[in-house]
Design a protein around this ligand. Structure first.
Ligand code: IDP
Ligand code: MG
Length: 162
């Protein structure tokens, strides 16, 4: 993987992205993937998942005491989710920037939630909020064999040093 070149303190990372049931039902999978691909992020894992209650509760364990938790679990298990691992420089924080604020009404136009969403409980997409969360979520959603190490031929046209 790239060492980051001049901006070497920004590391190559993996982040967990999930297109939620609303994004899948609304036919936004292609548009969302295209944004990340065009930016230069590499897809290293991808699958369609009918989420179990167990997986939903584990994924959102930090929010289990919140009043909206039952509704969130019901929503995320209601219809398929597209689960993705993206790899690239600063993938976690830049992924969150591209996704936008939790409440779509507060998300800037140009972000995924700012372009496609209105209600907080229908905000289209999940993205890991830290490198530690990304590691936990990738391990929760994917078997190690489902996450692929591969070299993108275009890497040298995206990064100054590869
Ligand atoms: P994030 O997805 O931007 O990281 P979190 O605070 O981690 O936001 O919340 C996880 C998810 O829980 C949100 O994306 C949203 O789907 C849902 N959620 C958060 N706050 C609310 C709320 O106040 N009402 C309903 N759903 C909420
Ligand atoms: Mg979160």
């Amino acid at each position: 993987m790239a060492d980051g070149g001049f901006f070497g303190w920004i590391s190559m990372e993996r982040t967990f992205i999930a297109i939620k049931p609303d994004g899948v039902q609304r036919g936004l999978v292609g548009e969302i993937l295209q944004r990340f691909e065009r930016r230069g992020y590499k897809i290293v894992a991808l699958k369609c998942v009918q989420v179990s209650e167990e997986l939903a509760k584990s994924h959102y364990a930090d929010l289990s005491e919140r009043p909206f938790f039952p509704g969130l679990v019901a929503f995320i298990t209601s219809s398929p989710v597209v689960a993705i691992v993206l790899e690239g420089k600063d993938a976690v924080a830049t992924g969150r920037t591209m996704i936008g604020a939790t409440n779509p009404l507060s998300s800037a136009p140009g972000t995924i939630r700012g372009d496609y969403g209105i209600d907080v409980g229908r905000n289209i997409i999940h993205g890991s909020d830290s490198v530690a969360s990304a590691e936990r979520e990738i391990a929760l959603w994917f078997a190690p064999s489902e996450v692929i190490d591969w070299q993108a031929n275009q890497a040298k046209w995206i990064y100054e040093k590869v």
